[in-house]
Design a protein around this ligand. Sequence first.
Ligand code: NI
Length: 260
Amino acid sequence: MKSIIDSHCHVMREYFGDEQKEVIERAFAEGVVQMVNPACSLTDIGEVLTLAERYPGIYAAVGIHPHEAKHWQSDSESILLRAAENSKVVAIGECGLDFFYNHSEAAQQKEVFAIHVKMAVALKMPIIVHCRDAWDECLDILEEHGQGQVRGVFHCFTGGPEILPRIKKLDFYVSFSGILTFKKSAAIQEAAPLVAENRILVETDCPYLAPQKVRGKRNEPSFVWHTLDKLAELRATSAESTAKSCVDNARELFALPVLN
Ligand code: NI
């Protein structure tokens, strides 16, 4: 059977309510063998750990989303560090900068992101980066605090080919979401074939950003196949080989075991 890994989803009760179990089981039934379900806030941590403990194929990441940077407190770092000790936590994140929505002040976003990068370096864990309209600042912080010391992924990649040289220098992974399938995503589609085969990942970032073919629906991990198909098409290769690369790469980055 075909297999894929959703490298970034939010299968939280907040979004799926009573259908949460059904959505998760549908993902497994449709070949999504593993998924990474990152926390966006301290409030999320309890549930991401519970889900990771309940389902062998679900992994957690812990971090504070840039939208939530304004809620950073003196004890936030120690709470994240404690959560990161859980063996199902495979990364620090999601964290980063979002200067499109600016739900938190830019200076505070930068400060909180830098703390995450330093944490990932100290814990030798990969980092999941959310970057929206903040490429220079995001890359500056990663280079300053993590160059050569931290591995990670730019999740839900929304940049164009011009961003790739700096990402390559950091040796980061690039994860494509449903945005890749949208008609208006010319720059992202242009970047997609330029990323090295051993650095590509796919994700849903559900519940938002459902791929073109199911656009308007609530997104869920089983829809990751649409993005995979588009990625394979843009890279002029088969869906099978692209899926295999995405699975291998996710396992490599997040040190995921091969489940039977
Ligand atoms: Ni996300």
